[in-house]
Design a protein around this ligand. Structure first.
Ligand SMILES: Nc1ncnc2c1ncn2[C@@H]1O[C@H](COP(=O)(O)OP(=O)(O)O)[C@@H](O)[C@H]1O
Ligand SMILES: [Mg+2]
Length: 227
C-alpha cells in the first residue's frame, strides 16, 4: 500500500501535536490512498501490526494529524485501543485518562473523555490501566462505543494492540471491518504478517492495505535521486 521512509515522521513536537512538513506530506498521501481510492472503505479503520514496535501507533497518530488537516471540514476521532501499552497520549501531548477504561467499564459518557487535539481531531485515550484479567473487553460494549463514534465522526482511526500477541485485536477486528497492517520493512518476518492477516480475516476483517514502515535507503539520497 505504501512505504514510509525512516525519517522524521514522528509528530515533531508532542505538546503541539504537529508533524514535520515531510511527514505531513507522506501521511496526507497515505490518507488519500486509504480513503480516496477505495470507495468501499468504511468510516472506521483499525491500525495494527503483527508484533510490538513496528510503528502502528506512529502511523495511526500521523494519519490522524495529517488526515484531520487535509480533509477539510471532516471530523476525525483517534482512539487508543492498545490497553496493554497505550502510547498515543504521549505522541499527542494529551492526558492518558479518562478514556476507554472509564467509558467501557465505568459508564463515563464518551463526550466527557474526548480530548480536542485540533478543530477537526478528537482523541480518546486508553484511560487508567486495567488488571490483566480484564484486558480483553467484551465485544458488545466496544461495538456500541465504536458505532457511536462512527455516527458522530466522518472518520474513526483505532490503534489496536499487536495482533499476534493480544486477543483484543481479534475482538476489534470482528467489529471494525477495515484494517491497515503496519509492518517494519526489515524486521517483520513474512510469516508474522501472514499469521496476522490470517487472524484478522478469520475474525471477519478485510485488509485495506499494508504499510511498510521504516524503510531505509542504503544508497545516499543525493545518489538515490539519480538512479
Ligand atoms: N517511520 C518511522 N521513522 C522513525 N521512527 C519510527 C517510525 N515508525 C515508528 N518509529 C519508532 O519506532 C518505535 C515503535 O513505534 P510504535 O509506533 O510505538 O510501534 P507500535 O505501536 O507498533 O508498538 C517508536 O520509538 C517510534 O518512534
Ligand atoms: Mg503501539
Amino acid at each position: 500500500m505504501a512505504n514510509t521512509e525512516q525519517t522524521d515522521q514522528r509528530p515533531q513536537d508532542a505538546a503541539r501535536a504537529s508533524l514535520a512538513p515531510k511527514a505531513r506530506e507522506i501521511f496526507a498521501g497515505l490518507w488519500a490512498t486509504l480513503f480516496g481510492s477505495r470507495r468501499d472503505i468504511g468510516k472506521s479503520v483499525l491500525i495494527c501490526s503483527a508484533d510490538r514496535g513496528e510503528g502502528a501507533s506512529t502511523i495511526a497518530c500521523g494519519l490522524a494529524l495529517a488526515g484531520s488537516a487535509a480533509a477539510a471540514g471532516a471530523r476525525v476521532a483517534l482512539v487508543d485501543f492498545n490497553l496493554h501499552n497505550p502510547s498515543l497520549h504521549r505522541l499527542l501531548g494529551a492526558n492518558p485518562s479518562p478514556g476507554l477504561r472509564e467509558i467501557l467499564t465505568r459508564g463515563l459518557a464518551p463526550e466527557a473523555a474526548a480530548q480536542r487535539i485540533n478543530e477537526s481531531l478528537d482523541f480518546y485515550a486508553a484511560g487508567d490501566s486495567l488488571p490483566d484479567a480484564q484486558l480483553v473487553l467484551a465485544g458488545p460494549a466496544i461495538a456500541e462505543f465504536l458505532n457511536m463514534l462512527a455516527d458522530g465522526y466522518d472518520h474513526v482511526l483505532i490503534d489496536a494492540p499487536a495482533v499476534n500477541r493480544f486477543p483484543q485485536a481479534g475482538v476489534l477486528a470482528g467489529i471494525v471491518k477495515d484494517v491497515v497492517l503496519v509492518a517494519h520493512t526489515e524486521r517483520t518476518p513474512l510469516e508474522a504478517i501472514a499469521a496476522a492477516k490470517n487472524h484478522l480475516e478469520s475474525a471477519g476483517a478485510t485488509l485495506a492495505g499494508v504499510v511498510l514502515n521504516q524503510r531505509t535507503y542504503p544508497i545516499p539520497s543525493f545518489l538515490y535521486r539519480r538512479v
